[in-house]
Design a protein around this ligand. Structure first.
Ligand SMILES: [Zn+2]
Length: 512
């Protein structure tokens, strides 16, 4: 390891306790062996240290490494053949997706993420995407290995479920209503590769025990409340508590999931989790679109976090999460790109911009997230939910040296008013293509826009080659089964008219 001095026209240090970011003009960060030793003005820091290397210049701004707090895959479902659709039918349409090599797929998205300034990711791997012939542990460990090879930090989890695989009711009840040949084929598909809770926990324990990298955390993940029995939820929580690790779960992503709670427990899925004593600062929930006021109170009281995924929520017709209400109540909210982002490209700067614009509600006095709020969500809050809290998320002595240099030219040329707050400039105008240098733990992963640890051309070549094979019989059959099943899934949810409570936001006109 070595030392370096990282210089920028602006060094955005991140805010203490959610306040505005401290910004140092003509600043520098001195790091040694991956730890930040000092942050200050360039002249001051430069005069006191003799770094092995000087990185950056006054052409850049320096920000803490960005955190993508909810992520699943490399090639997007769209690239793999599934057009955006409401979540409930999209899940079935995803059966038609091509199988991909998990190692190459992860390297592919790690490259995209590093190029857009992401240094840490919450990677949630779904069972349905296991490639043929490979065991669960092998597949999962190859993903973790890919992150290790990329140099990124990862909070990795395998998600698991044990019920309601087709629609939001018992599988057998739903299968009983299908034509007999379809029912038989779907049942045999569901039974093809069952993974028991015990097997799942064994694999998680193995991943946990064998993980050696300081940059890796192994989490546990029940897929979503209605997809897991209480027995599964309890066992997973118990595992997390025993191992001192985090729990990542999807929650109230759609109106139907909220309605499922009302029908099955007489309360929201989140309130059901509270009854199970499941919640706490170790738990982060992806989406949280259909939260009630009481739910937001539960999140705030228990310290449970939400990972906000604005693009995904729009793309899958899930809705708009009540971000302003959550921020007002002090809920920990991080930002995730989920499976693609608005441009289908894993650019977190654009996701941050969307998160900010989406919650600008009409009204001269209405609250809306500031650029500093958004940056805080993408840094310190992301650090918290991925269990790297106290190590990353801010640029301060004693923290790990994770930072991003972003070129100012694209953001501020030919003119940007000199009074403009640089964090506003970043959130209003920054793009992944402005990211020049990415550093994790003092190690440079991207320099001058070029990856240093990964051979991009070679990886893309191997990845393309692996996908150039014709579709396998297994993939073709799965796609066909999905197309036969979809109309019945659609019909099921047509029988659930959307219920409306008092909305959090007023975007549209009502009757006068
Ligand atoms: Zn997700």
């Amino acid at each position: 390891m070595a030392s370096s001095l990282v210089r920028g026209k602006y060094v955005v240090c991140g805010g203490e306790g959610g306040g505005d970011s401290r910004v140092i003009e003509d600043g520098a960060v001195y790091q040694r062996d991956g730890e930040i030793v000092e942050v200050g003005t360039y002249q001051d820091v430069r005069s006191r240290y003799d770094p092995d290397e000087e990185i950056g210049s006054s052409d850049f701004m320096v920000v803490p490494g960005l955190v993508n707090a909810h992520h699943h895959v490399g090639l997007t479902p769209f690239q793999l053949g599934a057009l955006d659709a409401p979540l409930e039918s999209w899940i079935i349409a995803r059966w038609a997706l091509r199988d991909v090599d998990p190692y190459l797929d992860t390297l592919y998205c790690a490259m995209q993420m590093i190029e857009s300034g992401i240094t840490t990711v919450m990677h949630n791997h779904m069972m349905a995407r296991l490639p043929a012939g490979e065991g669960l542990y092998e597949s999962a460990s190859r993903i973790v290995q890919a992150y290790d090879d990329s140099g990124m930090r990862v909070a990795f989890s395998l998600s698991h479920r044990d019920q309601n695989h087709l629609v939001y009711e018992n599988d057998e009840s739903f299968l009983a209503g299908l034509p007999s040949d379809l029912s038989r084929d779907v049942r045999s598909y569901l039974n093809a590769r069952p993974i028991s809770l015990e097997d799942y926990l064994t694999v998680c324990a193995e991943l946990f025990d064998r993980s050696r990298s300081d940059r890796t955390r192994i989490f546990i993940s029940p897929h979503n409340v209605h997809w897991c029995s209480d027995e599964m939820l309890r066992a997973m929580k118990e595992f997390a508590v025993r191992r001192g690790t985090g729990v990542h779960i999807h929650l109230q992503e759609t109106a139907y999931q909220k309605m499922y709670g009302a029908r099955h427990w007489g309360k929201s899925p989140l309130a059901h989790l509270a009854d199970l004593d499941f919640l706490g600062p170790d738990v982060s929930c992806a989406h949280g679109v259909w939260l009630t006021d009481s739910d937001i109170g539960i999140l705030a009281e228990t310290g449970t976090a939400v990972c906000h995924n604005p693009s995904s929520n729009l793309r899958l017709k899930s809705g708009v999460a009540p971000l302003n209400a959550m921020l007002e109540r002090g809920v920990t909210v991080a930002i995730g790109i989920d499976e693609a982002g608005i441009n289908d490209d894993n650019d977190i700067l654009q996701e941050m911009r969307l998160a900010q614009k989406l919650h600008r509600v009409p009204g001269v006095a209405s609250a809306s997230p500031t650029s500093h709020d958004i940056l805080h969500m993408a840094t310190a809050q992301g650090a918290k939910v991925t269990f790297f809290d106290g190590e990353i998320g801010r640029l301060a002595p004693g923290m790990r040296a994770d930072m991003v240099l972003i070129g100012l030219e694209g953001i501020s040329e030919p003119f940007l008013h000199p009074d403009t707050d640089i964090v506003d400039a970043l959130v209003y105008r920054g793009k992944g293509s402005d990211v020049d240098t990415v550093i994790v733990n003092g190690e440079v992963l991207l320099r001058g826009g070029e990856l240093t640890k990964l051979d991009k051309a070679a990886i893309l070549g191997r990845f393309k080659e692996s996908l150039a094979q014709p579709m396998s019989q297994r993939e073709i059959a799965r796609g066909e089964l999905s197309r036969r099943l979809l109309p019945y899934v659609q019909r099921f949810f047509e029988g659930w008219p959307l219920e409306h409570g008092a909305p959090h936001y007023y975007y549209n006109s009502r009757e006068l």
